[in-house]
Structure formats: structure tokens, C-alpha cells
Design a binder for this molecule. Structure first.
Ligand SMILES: Cc1cc2nc3c(=O)[nH]c(=O)nc-3n(C[C@H](O)[C@H](O)[C@H](O)COP(=O)(O)O)c2cc1C
Length: 218
């Protein structure tokens, strides 16, 4: 940790943040191999442009093993995970989103759904669908942790990811139950989060972080 060097601009001055416009945070980090986990957390970004190169079975083995090694309350592992690389199913998922989106407005990248060639999963070649057991109250929290294991292990392998909350309500619509059936997701589970996975074709900088939301009370 002592060799770690961080340069935080903008977000490092919470006392002045009051009514001023918050500036994006620039993070520079140089760590030793001992700091690999911290480096990984600091440099992982959500990727919204992918190459067409597919994620290999070996890479998936590592990522999904990390996923199932996430902690969960009472070790219930209240999830079902599906890794979709089938182009027909991917196209159908996007089609269902577009059908739902017609005439609606969205925030974030989904707002661009009217653009030609739009993909709700950023045209990633792999889509991970994670569904949680509806009867287990901790399922959402447990899945949040497994999500982070997926994001960080993929980043460690040099792959890009993007969590996709925008697809969640669409996949849970009764009219799309056939899609979940096709993916063999049990009816007592609901889609909780999705992840785009592939080889990154962009290197975005970190969006702003609000360091003034952390207070140390001594
Ligand atoms: C639960 C969750 C849902 C998200 N949903 C989407 C989404 O639907 N589409 C998208 O492009 N990014 C989505 N994101 C990515 C966030 O926009 C991103 O994590 C955030 O802007 C911080 O950027 P970073 O991941 O590069 O650090 C989601 C992230 C989380 C944690």
C-alpha cells in the first residue's frame, strides 16, 4: 500500500463542493503486484464498445468460478446464472428491449435506442443473465457481490464488462417469460442484473466519484 500513488482531482475537496459544479475525478494509480486487487478495483471501467472477438471457454471458466465463489448469506447462493453467446438469443433479447422501448424515454445509454444498430448490451458478444431466488430476501445483495466478482475477474483477464440494469425489467415482463424459459431460468427466480462481457474497444476514464459521501467519525 505504501508504494501506491493516487492523484485525486476535484472529488478530493468535499468542503468546497457546496454549490460548485462537481468535476470529473482523475485517478492515477501505480501499485506493486501486492496491490493488484486495489489496482483492479480502481481501474475497472464499464465498457460500452466491444470488438467482435468472443470470450473463450477458458476465460469464462475463470470468471464464472469467481462468480460462484462470492460470499452469500448462509451460503445459499440464491442465483441462477446464464452465459449467453448464442447470436440468435442475443438478437432476440435486443429485439424484446426495442419492442418495449418504442415511444418511451430512458436515462443513460438506453436513451439512444432510436439510433440505428442500437444494442442494449452494447453489442457485447457475451451476455450474462443473473436471476435471484424470489423467496430469499438477501438474493439481491448476494447477487451484487457476485456481480462485482464477475466485473473484477474479467478485468483481471483483460476483458471488458458493463452491468446492465436497463434490461432487468424487460426480461421480467410476463410477455418475455418464454425467453427466460429458453434460458432455463426457473419461474421462482427473477432477473436481477445482466452483464455485457467481451473484449473492450474503448478505454473510458473514471466517471466522478463523490468522496464527500464518506465521513470518518473518530
Ligand atoms: C446495478 C447497475 C446497473 C447498471 N446499468 C447500466 C446499464 O443499464 N447500462 C449501462 O450502460 N451501464 C450501466 N451501469 C454502469 C454504470 O453506469 C457505471 O458503473 C457507472 O457509471 C460508474 O462507471 P464505472 O463502472 O466505469 O466505474 C450499471 C451499473 C450498475 C452497478
Amino acid at each position: 500500500m505504501n508504494r501506491r500513488k493516487m492523484l485525486l482531482m476535484g472529488a478530493a475537496v468535499p468542503a468546497l463542493a457546496g454549490c460548485e459544479k462537481r468535476q470529473p475525478e482523475k485517478v492515477t494509480y501505480e501499485g506493486s503486484s501486492r496491490d493488484a486487487i486495489i489496482d483492479n478495483m480502481m481501474t475497472r471501467r464499464s465498457i460500452r464498445k466491444y470488438t467482435t472477438e468472443q470470450v473463450s471457454q477458458e476465460q469464462l471458466d475463470v470468471i464464472m468460478r469467481c462468480a460462484i465463489y462470492a460470499p452469500s448469506a448462509l451460503n445459499k447462493q440464491p442465483w441462477e446464472m446464464r452465459v449467453v453467446q448464442n447470436p440468435d438469443i442475443l438478437a432476440e433479447v435486443n429485439k424484446r428491449f426495442l419492442r418495449f422501448a418504442q415511444g418511451k424515454e430512458f436515462q443513460g445509454s438506453a436513451a439512444r435506442y432510436r439510433e440505428p444498430g442500437f444494442s442494449i448490451f452494447h453489442s457485447a458478444p457475451t451476455l450474462i443473465v443473473i436471476a435471484g431466488d424470489k423467496d430469499i430476501p438477501t438474493a439481491t445483495l448476494d447477487i451484487g457481490i457476485t456481480l462485482q466478482n464477475i466485473l473484477l475477474s474479467a478485468a483481471a483477464l483483460g476483458l471488458g464488462t458493463c452491468p446492465l440494469g436497463s434490461l432487468v425489467p424487460i426480461l421480467n415482463l410476463p410477455e418475455n417469460a418464454d425467453l427466460l424459459k429458453l434460458m432455463n431460468i426457473p419461474t421462482d427466480h427473477q432477473v436481477t442484473i445482466n452483464v455485457a462481457l467481451g473484449h473492450a474497444a474503448e478505454s473510458p476514464t473514471a466517471p466522478i466519484r463523490y468522496s464527500d459521501r464518506v465521513k470518518i467519525i473518530r
